[in-house]
Each structure stands twice: as structure tokens, then as C-alpha cells.
Design a protein around this ligand. Structure first.
Ligand SMILES: Nc1ncnc2c1ncn2[C@@H]1O[C@H](COP(=O)(O)OP(=O)(O)OP(=O)(O)O)[C@@H](O)[C@H]1O
Ligand SMILES: O=C(O)[C@H](O)COP(=O)(O)O
Length: 403
């Protein structure tokens, strides 16, 4: 249930400042992934149908990283998804930006330069402080209303997320509304049957609080990926440590060993661990090993087929399934079987389903799944984890504060 106003509540033909999140993987200066563009295009199409004049605010990367680039190419990619011109202005809140905003007419779409190039944007501060930044003070008077559509950045208390709603009428865009509804379902909905979470990926720091805080809601956690191996190590198996130059395990083990062992003991009935794992043999082929007498000599890159089938059966027999993190390195086809088998079972099952995680949700696109077969394929990463663990999202709180 949403507790904020949405774009359905905006009168037609207004001047709107719309915060989207098209932050993407960037290699050698070039954007690699367009999922977020496609989603925000849906919100923008709806706004265009209502004759609004639209200026878009977004970020890419962070200062000091090589993904911190101009949004010029983002405007082109977005225009492709919209099938509508998107004017790019290489300025965010200076004279050039104000001149372009002044020229905005109904049906126009303008993308301002990377908002993280503005001094006031980034430090995490409370909404009232962010409302005092030059960015907010300069741009807010130019518009009738603000639309917050950047759910995947809603965990950041940045000026463009929390500052504008303090001083303007603010509404949630479709992405914000849909992601919020799907993800908060895990806490707010009663499901008529078991709730399963596929919990993999690389980060113990994400998985530990998810298990602890969703203990009452989730009946089975199917563990895999680096996280699964760390739990296997906690269970006394000879896996879950770095070999062959990897550096994913030992530092996490040192940091989280006590938590992993404690959680395994406390929630053993709900935790499902891999019973076989896959690695690469000397000929570069996939090789599977069961846990009996297992010794890690190569990096394991997927769960084995016995584990995948077991998890798929659990997913098929669930009223709801949430995916956070993959069961293996699905980007390499040889090690996609675990994740793809389970995601296929979810797609076929008649259950409420959310596939999320910044990297993991790519599996849907990469392996040709139909998004319609899931209740939601989330485009959020950090915000997804925070929402699952029940932490407030600053960008949602400010929208709710308007109600
Ligand atoms: N056994 C493994 N060894 C190395 N990497 C793995 C393994 N299993 C899964 N991964 C990697 O985990 C990644 C997905 O999990 P990640 O921890 O990045 O979580 P996410 O929720 O998808 O993303 P994020 O938290 O960054 O938004 C994939 O890119 C995959 O290659
Ligand atoms: O990609 C994301 O998760 C969001 O855009 C937030 O980006 P950040 O982690 O750089 O704040």
C-alpha cells in the first residue's frame, strides 16, 4: 500500500522536475546497461501523455571513480527508449541550465548534467539541510512540482533526492511506486504458503541482516554464491576461502565468522545450503563436486545441479519468492546453470516473485526471461537490501512526509 502521492495526482500540463536513476555500469567511458533507462522511460511517457514539460535530474558514478562521467550519452540512450527527443544540457544549475529550463515547453524533455557535479548534492545530510543547497534553491522555483522516481537511489539522503520535496509539491513516479509496492510486500503482505528467499551473491554484509531481520517472514533461505560458500565453511566444510588469487572470502570470513556461525546455529531449519558446487576443470569445462570429502583447489563459481534442482523445487512450492544475489557467476554461461534453473522455476511458478539486486536482476535480460513472468524485476541494488531489511529509505520518507 502506498502512502505517498503519485503522478496520478498531478494536474495536466505542469512544469516538472523529475529525479530518475540511470546510474549504469560504465566501461571505458561507455554505458553498458540500459535496464534503468527502459523503466524510467515508462514514467516519462506517462508524463508526456499528460502534456507536462519535463526536466530530468540524474547522476552517474561518484567523483573520483572512472564511472563518474557526463550524462550526454544517457540523453541519447533515453531518447531511444522514449522514441522522443531528449535535449541534453551540459550544466545542472548554472545559467545555461536555467536558460534551457526557461525555454522548456509542454512535451519537451530535457536532461540536466550529472547532479553529482554540484557541490551540495553528495554529502549525506538531513532533508532540511539539503533543501538549503544552491542546487535546490536555484532549481525549485523554476518548476510546479517534483517527481521522485529514483527508487534505486532512495537510500541516499542527497539534495536531489530529499531536498526538493521539502520545498516543493512532490509525487512518486511509476518506478518509485512499483518498486516500493513490490519490495515492501515482503513485510506488509500475508502470503498463503511458504515464502522463499534465494540469497546468493558476494556480500555477507548484506545477507546477514537479511536473514536476521526476515526470520519471521521468510520460511526458507536458499544460499549460494560466495555467501553460500561462507556458510558452508561455517558448517565445517573445506570451502569458503580464497584460492588461485581470489580475494572474496578470507576478509569476509575474518569479519563475519562469528555472525555466520551464530546465524547457522540459530536458524538452521530455515537455511538451505548447497550440497554440490561447480568449478572449472583444467580444460576450462564446468565440473561438479558433491560436498562429501570436498576440498577447494579452484574457485567455485556456481552451485551444482543437485542443489539447483532442490532450490528450484522449493521455489515451485512457494507462495512468494524473493531473489537477492545470484547462486553463481551467471555472466559466464558455464556457471549460470544454478541461477538460471532456479529463476526458470520461479518464472513458471504461480507465486508472487521479485528478482532483485543491482547485478543479479541482469540474469532476466541475459537469459531471455520474460519480465511478465515475475511480479517485479527490480532495478535497485543497495535500496533493495535496505528495504528488505526494513531500514527506512530517505527518498520515500520525504514523499510520505508530504501526504
Ligand atoms: N561463487 C561466486 N564467485 C564469485 N562471484 C560470484 C559467485 N557467485 C555469484 N557471484 C557474483 O555475484 C554477483 C551478484 O551478486 P552481488 O553480491 O553483486 O549482489 P546484487 O544484489 O546482485 O548486486 P548489488 O548488491 O551490487 O546491487 C554476480 O555478478 C555474480 O557474478
Ligand atoms: O546504482 C545505485 O545503486 C544507485 O544509483 C546509488 O548509487 P551510489 O551507490 O553511487 O550512491
Amino acid at each position: 500500500m502506498t502512502t505517498f502521492r503519485t503522478i496520478d495526482d498531478i494536474e495536466r500540463d505542469r512544469r516538472l522536475l523529475v529525479r530518475i536513476d540511470v546510474n549504469a555500469a560504465v566501461e571505458d567511458g561507455t554505458v553498458q546497461d540500459s535496464r534503468r533507462f527502459a523503466r524510467h522511460a515508462e514514467t516519462i511517457q506517462e508524463l508526456l501523455a499528460d502534456d507536462h514539460a519535463i526536466a530530468l535530474l540524474a547522476h552517474q558514478g561518484r567523483p573520483g571513480r572512472d564511472t563518474f562521467v557526463s550524462l550526454e550519452q544517457h540523453a541519447e540512450i533515453l531518447a531511444g527508449h522514449l522514441d522522443h527527443r531528449v535535449e541534453f544540457v551540459p550544466d545542472t544549475d548554472g545559467d545555461d541550465a536555467l536558460a534551457a529550463i526557461d525555454d522548456l515547453e509542454s512535451g519537451d524533455v530535457l536532461l540536466l548534467e550529472n547532479v553529482r557535479m554540484c557541490d551540495g548534492e553528495l554529502p549525506e545530510e538531513d532533508p532540511d539541510t539539503k533543501a538549503e543547497t544552491d542546487l535546490v534553491r536555484t532549481l525549485a522555483p523554476e518548476f510546479d512540482a517534483y517527481v521522485g522516481d529514483a527508487y534505486s537511489a532512495a537510500h541516499r539522503s542527497h539534495a536531489s533526492i530529499v531536498g526538493f520535496p521539502r520545498v516543493m509539491d512532490a509525487y512518486a513516479g511509476r518506478v518509485m511506486e512499483q518498486e516500493y509496492t513490490a519490495i515492501t510486500a515482503i513485510r506488509e503482505r500475508e502470503f498463503d504458503g511458504p515464502v522463499t528467499m534465494v540469497l546468493g551473491g558476494t556480500k555477507a554484509e548484506d545477507s546477514i541482516p537479511i536473514i536476521e531481520r526476515l526470520d519471521d517472514t521468510v520460511d526458507r533461505f536458499c544460499l549460494g554464491g560466495v555467501v553460500g560458500e561462507l556458510f558452508l565453511r561455517a558448517d565445517g566444510h573445506d570451502v569458503g576461502y580464497d584460492v588461485a588469487g581470489t580475494s572474496r572470502f578470507d576478509h569476509q570470513w575474518e569479519t563475519y565468522r562469528d555472525d555466520l556461525e551464530r546465524i547457522l546455529a540459530a536458524y538452521r531449519d530455515e537455511l538451505f545450503l548447497p550440497t554440490d558446487l561447480a568449478d572449472e576443470d583444467d580444460d576450462g569445462k564446468r565440473r561438479e563436486q558433491t560436498l562429501d570429502g570436498i576440498r577447494k583447489t579452484h574457485p567455485f563459481l556456481d552451485v551444482g545441479s543437485e542443489t539447483a534442482d532442490r532450490y528450484a523445487a522449493l521455489a515451485s512450492d512457494s507462495a512468494a519468492v524473493f531473489v537477492k544475489g545470484s547462486l553463481g557467476v551467471f555472466e559466464d554461461e558455464r556457471f549460470a546453470d544454478g541461477t538460471v534453473t532456479v529463476v526458470s522455476a520461479i518464472a513458471e511458478a504461480d507465486c508472487f516473485s521479485v528478482v532483485g539486486g543491482g547485478d543479479t536482476a541482469r540474469v532476466v535480460e541475459l537469459y531471455g526471461f520474460d519480465e511478465e513472468d515475475f511480479s517485479r524485476v527490480s532495478i535497485a541494488g543497495g535500496a533493495y537490501v535496505r528495504a528488505l531489511t526494513g531500514e527506512p529509505l530517505a527518498g520515500i520518507d520525504v514523499l510520505e512526509g508530504q501526504h
